[in-house]
Design a protein around this ligand. Sequence first.
Ligand code: SF4
Ligand code: SF4
Length: 472
Amino acid sequence: MSKPIDIPVRVELYDHLNEWEVNTGEQGKVVPRRMKGRYRTLKNYGMCVWLIYFLMPYLRWDNRQAILFDIPDRQFHIFAATIYPQDIWVLSLTLLFFAILLAAATSIAGRVFCGYFCFQTVWTDVFTFIEGKLEGNTPFKRSQFTAMPWTVMKLTRKVVKHGLWIGISLLTGLTFSAWFTDAYQLWGDVLQLQAATPVWVALAIFTFFTYWFAGFMREQVCFWLCPYARLQGVMYDQDTVLPAYDATRGEPRGKFTRQATDNKGACIDCKLCVAVCPTGIDIRKGQQEGCITCGLCIDACDSIMDKINQPRGLIRYASYKELHQGKKTISLFKRPRALVYGFILLLSVSGVIYGFSSFSPTEFTVTQQRKPLYIRMSNGDIQNKYTLKLLNKTDAVLEIQYHVSGLEEATVIGLDKTFKVEPGRVIPITAFVRLPVYMQDESNLHKIEFVATAVNNPEITDTYESVFITPP
Ligand code: SF4
Ligand code: SF4
């Protein structure tokens, strides 16, 4: 008979959680226990992605913010590239790429975005870490803290906790605005209480919702508010790998001593997997909509398996086919869904690369005035009127000279000088083109080309094909 092993887990702490399943908010606050493990480390790395959100606005590039969404000037600066509304399709394709990437990741490995990267779960994790340090990180310690009288120590801990939460929320709100205005200037304006109204509005909204959602709502946001949590089911199939409890191996569960003597299943019913779950799920009851596939229950169970000398993987990432049909999960390139997602990803990334590599430094349009289509001058010449618009998409002032080709005998009025166009600006120019009476033929439509050349940067030249209209 095996000798019972002393497992350093306070099993009794979690025994009252017999009916614990997905927490819909009625069972009270989830107090997840924290422990080390592979997936905890992975989650920590995933959370670090958000450092980009906080730090990127301070990176400079060519004397300006490296990434700046300049709404008033309708320009998006992304390192050396400046995107104008005319090129917004590139950003749309980038968004499509990330949306499809999300769907592909969900189809392959469930809600990995929720478990490792989502702002709601990441901020909640940080907030609960602070709360756990100050008020206890197990239900037992937390209930002890809650029950203790209001001493200076308890009050201080509460104040520090809420102070840190509010500080993080304020920083989150301020950082959001820093993507839309110069970050260094923003700090100065805010500290001197001279920031623009939209900054204060964004700061108030982000601070409030970060504090409320990460501090109080937590997993309830995922459960009740998040549309992606509702959509995920349609992206799963029987080959999607998810954290799952191997009931065949684990059941019938029983305390370790009984299990050792009666040859029960591998689960010793310690409930550590439940205790670490940030959304309060008992994964042994099967897949549940509240599961964010963070894998923390896998770490917990693996640590128990190590202690009782059982192989790891009683809870593991596994597909439905693997667990219930004993089949291997098929490889990605044999899954039609993954192939379709992969194809769309390839298309969108190709489009984004093409877009970024083919940005034109100018956007040139010419509009021929339609009312009237033409004017007959007193000497019989025909005159057409045009409006030329050139958008300067570079960071330097362009000195533009226009000329007309295609109608060699035509006289051009209004384009005999150089026009300065500031970065990001359009200067509308009115031009008149006259065709002598002897050049008029039976055709009433004549091709005409307007050419814009930057005299201070001859590499920049743009053409626009238009028509010259004569009477029928
Ligand atoms: S059940 Fe496991 S994977 Fe799912 S949320 Fe809870 S700890 Fe994370
Ligand atoms: S599945 Fe693992 S962690 Fe959960 S109760 Fe059983 S032995 Fe403990």
